[in-house]
Design a protein around this ligand. Structure first.
Ligand SMILES: C[S@@+](CC[C@H](N)C(=O)[O-])C[C@H]1O[C@@H](n2cnc3c(N)ncnc32)[C@H](O)[C@@H]1O
Length: 265
């Protein structure tokens, strides 16, 4: 399995916990109806999972993560919300431990960019989806992030992130490649769209910039960057300070592009 670049440090989880089905799976929501069964691959801390569970209730949702430790975060979120229709499983998207045709919908948000073989992952997602069901994936595209002002430290951040993510076996510029991966996996009916997140007011900038200022110093990515020789601690400190500078700038603006697919299984 490719190494998961971000890890599950609090600074990473803060960004994942902000996610809702509305801001992260809007392309899928109109397809969901009460009673459907759904698999959420790489569910992370489970905030999107919980929203999807509400959309398909009383249909059951399975939340899947790579380890019990990671799955514990989703268990806590689902328990906190009192959602009674979610089951939990550990596994690897490359070789899912479910029979063929198990789910109406198989969903993965920001997962394919981290896996070693996204085409195999998509084939596996299709196998466990029932014929005529839906495989839905959404991934950001780092090279398509755009921001103002053009601070050199943020260009450094992007180059470093891409290098570390690829070193871990992933593809950070995944959004633009999703459609090609789905075709290679054998899907013939695919609807490809894109959508963005935008961080531009004081609160959003403080949240996103502050989160990356910390992530670049404390997360698994930071450890890998230093251990692999891709960056020194001083580089990371400089990049972190640049994120804080961007966050404090009232003109600061950042948009994140995501590719998204609805594939007919
Ligand atoms: C960026 S997080 C996204 C979490 C959640 N879907 C969300 O958007 O909030 C990617 C997740 O995929 C999981 N993951 C990485 N490789 C995986 C694999 N081979 N199979 C299943 N999950 C994987 C990671 O553990 C991580 O929690």
């Amino acid at each position: 399995m490719a190494k998961y670049t971000h890890g599950h440090h609090e600074s990473v989880l803060r960004s994942h916990r902000w996610r809702t089905a509305e801001n992260s799976a809007g392309y899928l929501l109109p397809r969901l109806t009460s009673g459907m069964t759904l698999l959420d691959v790489g569910c992370g801390p489970g905030t999107i999972t919980a929203d999807l569970a509400a959309a398909v209730a009383p249909g059951r949702v399975t939340a899947l993560e790579t380890t019990e430790e990671a799955l514990g975060l989703a268990r806590a979120e689902i328990a906190r919300r009192g959602t009674g229709t979610v089951d939990f499983a550990t596994g690897d998207v490359h070789a899912l431990d479910f029979p063929d045709d198990s789910f109406d919908v198989v969903h993965a948000h920001q997962v394919l960019q981290h896996v070693g073989d996204p085409v195999r992952a998509l084939r596996e997602m299709r196998r466990v989806a029932r014929p005529g069901g839906v495989v839905a994936v959404r991934d950001s595209d780092y090279a398509a992030f755009t921001w103002f002002p053009r601070l050199p430290g943020l260009d450094e951040w992007l180059a470093l992130y891409q290098r570390v993510a690829r070193g871990n076996g992933g593809e950070p510029d995944a959004g633009r490649r999703l459609l090609s991966w789905a075709h290679a996996a054998g899907f013939t009916e695919v609807t490809a769209t894109s959508s963005t997140w935008c961080f531009a007011d004081d609160t959003d900038r403080a949240w996103w910039g502050g989160m990356w200022a910390e992530r670049v110093l404390e997360s698994e990515m930071a450890r890998t960057a230093v251990a692999s020789g891709a960056a020194t601690r001083a580089d990371l400190e400089r990049i972190s300070a640049t994120w804080r500078e961007w966050a404090a700038d009232p003109d600061g603006w950042l948009s994140i592009l995501h590719g998204e697919l609805i594939c007919r299984a």
